[in-house]
Design a protein around this ligand. Structure first.
Ligand SMILES: C[C@](O)(CO)[C@H](O)COP(=O)(O)OP(=O)(O)OC[C@H]1O[C@@H](n2ccc(N)nc2=O)[C@H](O)[C@@H]1O
Ligand SMILES: Nc1ncnc2c1ncn2[C@@H]1O[C@H](COP(=O)(O)OP(=O)(O)OP(=O)(O)O)[C@@H](O)[C@H]1O
Length: 300
């Protein structure tokens, strides 16, 4: 068997409604995932032992041992298939690291798909959902792609119908934010205000905007309950969000746990202008243009 390469997208959360802290340390969510055209690639090649190589521009902090989520995915799948985890994984990263765009989760999903093919698990797609959810709350969505409603801790997925293509700009920050730290800050802020969240509900305005392909309505309906926590931990992101709004973004929000900020544009041309304006404003490490929805982890 020769090597297998899988392309996998980043996500932005169009709605992230966070319920109370559960006894198991997770939060019940209403999490509307949207896959966008920033991709990592994972290649799985036959080898004598497990190895991980990471390539790309900003890969600081990405482990090159068994702690890498792609390696954990390979180890888990090998155990379930009863094969030796002998695979050389090469990860080409474009998705920002610790950026709130589920880069590590994407690599885990890609490694599951690549290793399943490499190890001759056949059309084992259905069997990948369970290991995906074990690896992380965002991993099943990286397999699925498109736009989907996530409930539970985000791992129970229902595809969402959308029309057309939405144009995005992402402002990448220097340094990442830890997802558990952002959830903990969210709980702390709520407790300080004496606020107990109700069970989260999907926004009907958001669903209608997606079904109609209406970017203006979508911009108005975007929401992220983790945003106050991300802004509390990284106050400079307020300036980033304000700069996007000043340049006509239809919606501006922190992506997931941050610190990447996401801006919805009217068109591809508008996204290009917004990318240039944000780069010039000096409110981000860099700004990149993308569109969504795009498919989940796919063999190339
Ligand atoms: C912020 C999001 O990216 C939005 O899609 C996800 O909720 C995070 O998903 P993830 O990175 O795959 O998270 P996991 O690896 O499952 O969990 C990491 C940590 O995040 C917190 N966590 C995660 C998901 C969830 N529904 N509630 C949580 O409180 C917990 O502290 C958990 O220990
Ligand atoms: N393949 C991987 N790519 C990136 N980070 C990884 C990977 N494997 C493990 N990690 C570790 O996970 C941490 C979080 O990385 P990741 O890029 O997935 O964050 P994130 O995009 O904010 O996650 P999410 O949006 O799912 O909460 C990194 O700082 C790194 O230590």
């Amino acid at each position: 068997m020769t090597s297998v390469t899988v392309r996998v997208p980043a996500k932005v959360n169009l709605q992230l409604a966070v319920g109370p802290l559960r006894d198991d340390g997770y939060h019940d969510l209403v999490n509307v995932f949207h896959a966008v055209s920033l991709f990592d690639e994972v290649t799985a090649a036959p080898a004598d032992a497990l190895s991980v190589t990471v390539e790309g521009g900003s890969i600081e902090g990405v482990p090159v041992n068994a702690d890498n989520l792609a390696a954990r995915a390979a180890l888990l799948l090998a155990e379930r298939l009863g094969v030796a985890p002998n695979v050389a994984l090469t990860i080409r990263k474009t998705i920002p690291v610790a950026g709130g765009m589920a880069g590590g989760s994407a690599d885990a999903a890609a490694a599951l798909v690549a290793c399943a093919r490499l190890w001759g698990a056949g059309d084992a797609d259905a069997d990948l959902w369970e290991p995906a959810a074990i690896l992380g709350s965002d991993v099943p969505f990286a397999l699925l792609g498109g736009t989907a409603l996530g409930t539970g801790r985000g791992e129970v997925l229902t595809p969402v119908q959308t029309a057309g293509r939405f144009h995005w700009v992402f402002a990448l920050a220097d340094g990442g934010l830890s997802t558990p730290a952002v959830y903990a800050e969210c709980d702390r802020l709520r407790e300080a205000e004496g606020w107990r969240p109700a069970p989260p509900q999907a926004s009907q305005d958001l669903m209608a905007a997606l079904a109609a392909g209406d970017a203006h309505a979508l911009g108005a309906a975007l929401g992220n309950d983790l945003q106050p926590a991300a802004l509390s931990l990284r106050p400079a992101l307020r300036d980033t969000l304000a700069a996007g709004r000043e340049h006509g973004a239809l919606g501006a929000l922190v992506s997931g746990s941050g610190p990447t900020c996401a801006f919805l544009a009217e068109s591809a041309d508008h996204a290009g202008e917004l990318t240039a304006a944000l780069s010039k404003a000096g409110v981000a490490r860099s700004a990149v243009q993308a569109y969504g929805p795009v498919p989940g982890a796919t063999i190339v």
